[in-house]
Design a protein around this ligand. Sequence first.
Ligand code: NAD
Length: 496
Amino acid sequence: MKTIPHWIDGSPVLGTDTAPVFNPATGQEQARVVLGGSTDVDTAVAAAARAFETWSESSLTQRTQVMFAFRQLLVEHEEELGRIISAEHGKTVDDARGEIVRGREVVEFACGLGDVLKGSFSDQVSRGVDVHNFRQPLGVVAGITPFNFPAMVPLWMHPIAIATGNTFILKPSERDPSAANFAAELYKKAGLPDGVFNVVHGGKDAVDAILAHPGIEAVSFVGSTPIAKYVHEQATACGKRVQALGGAKNHAVVLPDADLEFAANHITAGAYGSAGERCMAVSVAVAVGSAADGLVEVLERKAREVKVGPGDAPGTEMGPLVTKAAQERVENAVGTAATQGATVVVDGRGLKIDGHEEGFFTGPSLLDHVTTDMDAYKEELFGPVLAIVRVDTLDAAIDLINANPYGNGTALFTGSGEAARRFQRKVKVGMIGVNVPVPVPMSYYSFGGWKDSLIGDSPIHGPEGVRFYTRPKVVTTRWPQPAQHVAAGFTFPTSS
Ligand code: NAD
């Protein structure tokens, strides 16, 4: 059976401990991935620190040229990488290609970094004195990423870290590890020097070694909220810069003036696309006033129409869940919702796909009359389950969203500009869609939620990514002519 190795200093590195990697569509183990610990992290940090000596001195043009080449390779290998992701994650190949395209946009942002990195210059702030600023890389930085976007989420991090002159260690999810090694090979083909991009596989041991390592300056984390809190706490206690993005419960509000067919279409795709395993998935539809009955009717029809199957089969819209444990967790949650009083309008439990009976499939589930005290509302289910909560007014919908501990994404479906404006100003959520169900910002903005969806204060990629991976310097300069020499004063200097 294939073993997926670490990638350190430009080469694959094997290890003794391994964990299984499944094909979620068949339920079969298809490979083993090495599980690293402190020794592997030490080796990777040493390689990355050596590489930093020269990479941080390379020109901005050399660095962005590598990004242009890397981007082109991502275009050429999109289908191949999409199939690798689909085989380990379960999502459809088209959906996997979508995440590659969205991740590639960050590489495109990094190709144009020259503009973003420009400093500013102030002439003659005092007589004969000028001030300018510039930013420098931090050193060795690390990224710890979740299973649900094995290409895109790491791409939120490493292109910007590397293009700004840092060297990088990626600790991907152990459930779908191959995309990380594929990226490493593409970087090598793109001309990136060995040691600039490294991959250490593993679970908690590898993460803990990264958080405590004195040679790592900053940690980017994306994953569930409890682990985001843990990573933030541990790494900041070790003096590191940390960005930590957590889980989500995203609400889509539908007002009575919305086009219900349009709203239901988009909410269905946002809820069941990638089997609901997206941090921006719509997991709660908030039906306002008279919108409710009509909305439920269309959502039910659309949920029943979703084509579930293996991610690589033509026509599949929704694949299996990532693990058997995830499948069981989601199906149990639907059962609990029924016992707690929700109406199960569409029940996805127990779905069997011909020829894939051992796959981790569950069908779309639609729950109506969900209330905020039910587990189906309180927990991030991270599966194809859409809960409908009914409220009377837009303000009640906003209060509901604001009382939720998460604040990643939200959407409003309406024909009213006034309602949309009130919603976007009042709602305590980081990313907002108006008639857009999954409002993932473009790469030249930054991505990040509020409240328990982002621990600390740094969103990811875009301008915030550049700020995160660099430190500023401000230089005050005087080039006096000999005739202008004046005695230095002993009072605190002020402009004159
Ligand atoms: P996870 O938190 O279980 O794992 C994330 C990373 O942390 C993985 O690399 C994993 O190996 C590591 N990890 C897991 N348990 C650990 C522990 N006890 N100690 C140290 N490290 C540990 O998340 P997941 O299940 O892989 O991904 C799904 C979660 O990620 C969901 O909650 C989802 O909302 C969230 N997510 C958030 C965003 C965002 O941008 N906010 C994006 C994608 C996913």
